[in-house]
Design a protein around this ligand. Sequence first.
Ligand SMILES: [Zn+2]
Length: 404
Amino acid sequence: MAEKLRHNDHRVIGPKLNLYQQSELIGSGLPLFPWQGEVVINELQNFLRDLLNKNDYKFVRTPHLAKIALFKKSGHWDNYRADMFLTKSGNEKLAVKPMSCPIHTMIFKQESHSYKDLPKRYAEFATVYRDEASGALTGLSRVRMITQDDAHIFCDVNSLDQELSNLVKLVKQVYAVIGFEKIRVELSTRPTKYVGNIDTWNRAEEILGKVMKKNKMKFKINKGDGAFYGPKIDFHAEDANRKSWQLATIQLDFNLGPRLNATYTNKADKKEHPIIIHRALLGSFERMFGILIEHYNGAFPTWLSPTQVKVISFNDEMEKYTRTIEQKIRAAGIRVEGDYRSETVQLKVRDAEKQKVPYIIVIGGKEKANKTLAVRPRGSKPKFGVKMPDFLKRVKTEIKNRTI
Ligand SMILES: [Zn+2]
């Protein structure tokens, strides 16, 4: 039986606003993003890229394919094999990467590092593919194409405290911009089967708890629920519909460094394996996009809106002048679309409202004569006699500040 979807489910809103599409012929779990969806994802990426550059992350770029031998060496083959798409070139067996961790680790390994340069932070908006069972695929929550806001931080145990504090601050910063306030944390500790040194585990878990307390984060301990290679913390929050989501994740890894023999030179001039932190702030862009569609009910804040301004000509005579207004707004760096159909203004306004555009501008004879704009901010009454420079300033400030 088909699942009955709520009116604010992203699988209802998304296709209605053309934020994403699906095609039988392309395949399930492989969403298409028309320009409207690409704008939102791109804005999220620009936001993160700026923030990460300011936090001394270095962006890297890695291939979508790698030899199976790499995933065997890293240990991922044993755990992820069933989810991997496999291919080959001649006799060489390759896999479409299900994650970037071993590839980022190879970059670190092929450079030389001293304890003084740690932590090193490699980030990538990497699209990975996982062969999720087709029955589990739904909307943007479960997909086969996953664009992660991925990063791997290579550090030693001495820099762990500071680095984790930085990460918690980043998580808070990101979710404040998006509008998720009540964040709670779950800390998962050492399972019975584990790798690495027990002292490092204990120290890492202690540091994780201390960092949460220092940052006044409410947290719950999931005893024994960590991965075999390290403890982790997961961040959860409620959206505007009070639906709870697992968001950011920070995972310590004592295994991958030794597995791939990645090293740095320690204080005693000896080679040592770094602790690797896997971390994602948004999770994946596809899933986060789905969450945000529901959180905002399709009415994105101006900075994320595919169309920020809609200009509407009062009638056919106004078309030429209205097009010059559209061009001026576009030249100011604002995403604007025009509606010049020979329909009534009421109908055109209603359509723009259905598209949840933040600002609707109607241009009639009076506006042309007075060189002003009639502006309707989303959900408010129209304002007449608005001067173009004032309007541009207002919208640009809103975009720059990422006002919600
Ligand atoms: Zn990773």
